[in-house]
Write a protein that binds this ligand. Structure first.
Ligand code: IMP
Length: 205
């Protein structure tokens, strides 16, 4: 197996995600380069699915950098809202919405919905592109089941973490330590699969 350090661009400008990926990819002989190093600040997410948006992000970063790229598109699906906010999770309360704005809108939309009906999950679609014209991207998916609380709790994480209740931990994902969240989350599940696939592929080169 080659022990060379591989350089991979991470197609995200979200600081929360960047920190999680850095943790999840430590010990994998991978040096993560943020896309902003190549002047990419983000792309318009015009896809209708997580996977389409992940590929759009990955391709833009691969074109700008000339390097392999990992991109994720992720979001929260709430059953009582027919899967919303879904692919619109980061802009649920508007294009420049803060995490607090999005959470407020979500809690309002769920007002009066009983605890048992507040089931939800985080989805993460990960794409690895070897280069911008790669016709066979590596694709991995992770889902994390939980439910939506009636009020925010906890200070860790980002996005909807303060209202995402993780049943077997009896806490919101914002109350988990980063290490706990990175052992359980949708992103961790998808990233573990991707690391395995890449390690296998690199072992045979
Ligand atoms: P994206 O950058 O278009 O993939 O947006 C993903 C959005 O989904 C984030 O801005 C958050 O609002 C939400 N999200 C995704 N993963 C998480 C997570 O691990 N915790 C909390 N919110 C998340």
């Amino acid at each position: 197996m080659s022990s060379d350090i591989r350089q991979i661009v991470l197609a995200t400008s979200n600081h929360g995600k960047l920190a999680e990926f850095q943790y999840l990819l430590s010990n994998h002989n991978i040096k993560i380069l943020p896309q902003k190093q190549f002047g990419v600040m983000g792309v318009e997410e015009t896809g209708r699915t997580f996977i389409e948006n992940a590929i759009l992000k990955a391709r833009a970063a691969a074109e700008a950098s000339g390097l392999p790229v990992i991109a994720d598109d992720s979001g929260l699906e709430v059953d009582a809202l027919n899967g919303a906010p879904g692919i619109y999770s980061s802009r649920y309360a508007g294009n420049n919405a803060s995490d607090t704005d999005n959470i407020e809108k979500l809690l309002k939309a769920l007002e009066g919905v009983a605890i048992a009906e507040r089931t939800a999950r985080f989805q993460c679609l990960l794409v690895y592109l070897h280069h911008a014209d790669d016709p066979t991207p590596v694709i991995c998916q992770g889902s994390w089941e939980g439910s939506i609380t009636e009020a925010p709790r906890g200070n860790h994480g980002f996005g909807y973490d303060p209202v995402f209740f993780v049943p077997n931990m009896r806490s919101t994902s914002a109350e988990l330590t980063p290490e706990q969240k990175n052992g359980l989350s949708h992103r961790a599940m998808a990233m573990r699969q991707l690391a395995e696939k890449l390690t296998d592929a690199w072992r045979s080169t």
